[in-house]
Ligand binder design. Structure first.
Ligand SMILES: [Zn+2]
Length: 199
């Protein structure tokens, strides 16, 4: 939650900006800068990742954070990015999953911050809402190429079963059953013949 006093400061800043800046010179960035300046002079600490937010997106900031987040397991490379504790990220940022739920995608821009959840055990990238692009529709061709990619990771080259999970092909090269005889649960794969009749 954003403290009510901070919201009031931002509201006052935006009001002043609207009144003191000619309408044709008003920009989202100018409004955001005014709000940031008002916050700073009122004693609110601004972190480097407090990016200007497009005014039109402001209403989305009130959404509660969903429990599930997409996790960046190698977020250590983000050592230079600001890290926020869970639920304390500044407004205007969203995880990839939150973007997807809004029908958006990062659109090529890099994450600008990291959010920590489960007491820092897991981290997720944060992207700027104002740089996000609309999500691309899933086309049949994209689906087919995705399926081909998954098939390569799920199909045992030895027995040609396609499993419902990815196989340790890089280390073992086959499914567990082909590797050391550990019987595979018949419900965990599609036998090669069934795939032919299904196709
Ligand atoms: Zn196998």
């Amino acid at each position: 939650m954003i403290p009510a006093a901070a919201v009031a400061t931002i509201a006052a800043a935006l009001d002043d900006y609207r009144l003191t800046t000619p309408e044709h010179q008003q920009t989202p960035r100018g409004a955001a800068e005014t709000a940031a300046a008002y916050l700073a002079t009122s004693g609110w600490a601004l972190t480097p990742a407090a990016h200007p937010v497009r005014a039109g997106l402001a209403h989305k900031e009130q959404q509660p954070m969903p429990d599930a987040v997409d996790v960046a397991p190698h977020a250590d490379t983000a050592a230079t990015l600001p890290v926020y504790p869970w639920r304390q990220a500044p407004p205007g940022l969203a995880t990839r999953r939150q973007l997807r739920d809004m029908g958006l995608r990062p659109g090529g821009h890099d994450p600008v911050a990291v959010i920590e959840c489960r007491r820092g055990l897991r981290r997720a990238w944060l992207y700027r809402l104002d740089l996000a692009a609309p999500k691309l529709p899933m086309t049949l061709a994209k689906e087919a190429s995705l399926d081909a990619a998954m098939s390569a990771r799920q199909t045992c080259p030895e027995c040609r079963r396609r499993y419902h999970h990815c196989l340790p092909l890089r280390t073992l090269g086959t499914c567990l059953e082909c590797h050391d005889g550990t019987p595979a649960d018949p419900s965990s794969y599609v036998p090669p013949t069934a795939r032919l009749t299904a196709a």
